[in-house]
Design a protein around this ligand. Sequence first.
Ligand code: GAL
Length: 810
Amino acid sequence: MAVTALAQNRQETTLTEGWLFSQDQQTWQNVCVPHDWAIAGPFDKKWDLQKVRIEQNGEKEATEKSGRSGALPWIGEGHYKRNIQIPAGCKHAELMFDGAMAEPTVYLNGQKAGYWAYGYNTFRIDITPLMKAGDNLLEVHLKNVEESSRWYPGAGIYRPVKLIITGDDRIDPWKTFIRTTRLSSSQAVVDVTVGTGSPLDAHQGFEIEVRDAKGKLVGHEHCSEISNSGEANLSFTIQEPHPWSPETPYLYTAHIKYMQNGQLLDEVKQKFGIRTVKVSKEGGFQLNGITRKIKGVCLHHDLGPLGAAVNKAALIRQIKTMKDMGCDAIRTSHNMPSQMQMDICDSLGMMVMAESFDMWLYPKCKNGYARFFEDWWKKDIENLILANRNHPSIIMWSIGNEIPEQGSAQGKEISENLQNACHSLDPTRPVTQGLDHAEASIKSGVATTMDVPGFNYRVHKYQNSIGQLPQGFLLGSETASTVSSRGVYKFPVEVTDNSQYASWAPSYDPQAILKADGQCSSYDLEYCSWSNLPDDDWVWQDDKDWVIGEFVWTGYDYLGEPTPYDEYWPSRSSYFGICDLAGLPKDRYWLYRSRWNKDEHTIHLLPHWTWGLSKKDKGNRIGKMTPVYCYTDYPTGELFVNGKSQGKISKNPAERLDRYRLRWNNVKYEPGEIKVVVYDAQGNKAGEQTVKTAGKPAALKLEAWTQNSPLLKPNGDDLAFITVSLTDADGTLIPQADDQLTFEVTGAGSFEAVCNGDATSLESFKAPTMKLFNGQLVVVVRSSKEAGTLTLKVTDEKLKLSKSIDIAVQ
Ligand code: GAL
């Protein structure tokens, strides 16, 4: 949570503009930070071609892998520079980087000011000794080495940088720790620790005001009992508190004043939430004393076509879309989150498992974090926790993901050291890690000594594990890894692991080679050798009290790790997402929504019903078996094809695929329409949905998403996401359309990026043209700094169609 400056002698400036960037230190370009130098591409197999054996995937031999880290040019060096202004008489200045990829070395006026090894962590650099009044040259040097990541890490100063100027007597925000120690419906006790960089003298002290969301004063304390290290502890009793939860993300603000003889030396504002977190055998996971099962998703840090460069609007869109699905938690796999993302999770109501490492000493990829672990783990854990512990959204820390050492005595020792380090900086939150070897990690004592034993996949081992876990509960720290491509349906419809629809795949039916496309089917029946279907997880989540929740792999597709196409070019991004890389929901979104969203009903039919328009498909499904699924929270449904009933069926808890889905497996395709009528538990008709065969392509449909609908803010940083669909004259999607579109932005903004969610597309995200993927894509536009109207015009040359949308910037 950002601490905002108030007092005159504290100035915080986010260093957004005025940066020059170069990769060779010869040619420089103007950029804004956050910046990702690699996202514009071009995509090329050569950038991250590797001959490796992916041990986590159970591979026995090394093979050639392409696209593993996104096939984008992120490897190499990057240089940034700009001037910063230091006012005359300035006593103290520091830079706060929220992450820079990677190995940032920071120079001020030609002298080294600091370095941080891990590209994902927040770090602070005191530049007081090197600064001078007036202009100072700030330079940042970055280095990304090959085979240092299992996914696309991004490249550059991809998170904000702040310049913080203070007086000699200053509050240290990382020494501010606000936590709820007792909570009932009538009262909360909130303990606050505040600190300065140096001991206080006799006339100094702190004054804290606590204000509710409306600004009303609900607590006011003074403290002059200050420890030698400059820390003070205060306690507040707040009457009739508003607890923070995903459903009620209520935030208070502590105004912390550093005083001397009645004079204000420094002041910061710190937002916080009143909430408690507990895990126990009896109650499982409890937020504010209430047991709930975590309905979480894992998220990598990239934002699809924006790359790793963080953006508030893009993050809000991500979190809101997940919340609408009923998701209440994210896991920041497998690294430290951005402050911006945590602020958004606090204010929108999303619980967070904040993770730290994907490896410790043993390298999961040749040049990964294992190079640094020994020297850096303590500093990295410290910065993660000190920067983030006031975020109410964070409910647990994670010290690692699928760490190869989990089965050894050494692993146990490291695990304990990490967990203890977390406890000493933050005794209020439990610590977990994602374990992928249940037996070995139980035997070594790693699983049995974690606050929260987290297991990745392998649900069939849960039962055996629970008998050996003294904690009496376990978490599905990573689940599902079901794969699918938006709008792609493969026949025959089968449950398979590692299906590859590619001409070279040895097991693939030669008759089907023509359909080779590097995609996965959206019947949501395909997974990996180590993983499973959503339905398989839910059986455990629903039937066992001791399973405290899950984090699905993943909420969104991400750049890199194109499993099951790790060896197939041009696949360069994942298929695991519940939403695609453009942020558009796949069918699986509605499956999760049907079970997770308890406030709204879901009725979603699949597949599309237009199997005759595209040459690719040859129109050949007429008369062929084309199963129809309905994802709904209702227990019963009747399906009609052109008015003919295909039977009224109910969910069947005894069958793997019928407990959570309604399936009609023997439907023969005929053009027209499919309609489902759903019934509630009492047998009353509750709703219906119809999917029609599309006619000829006739129109482009443009739908804009903005964080402050319907407006963009004139701040140069606000983004609108416009979903473009090709439809027939009645508005029905042309579900296999791949027309090339072009985009033109005029008025108060600019074109930012485009993405169609096709994991095999090599079209640049940053060029204003792209093919539709299964009828849709998303264009991202950026507001200007001046108010006005932004117009996006989308053109389909082939069909001589164009359509514009105006968005007010004000
Ligand atoms: C897990 C791993 C993730 C991702 C996933 C794909 O084993 O923790 O990072 O690789 O597999 O299924």
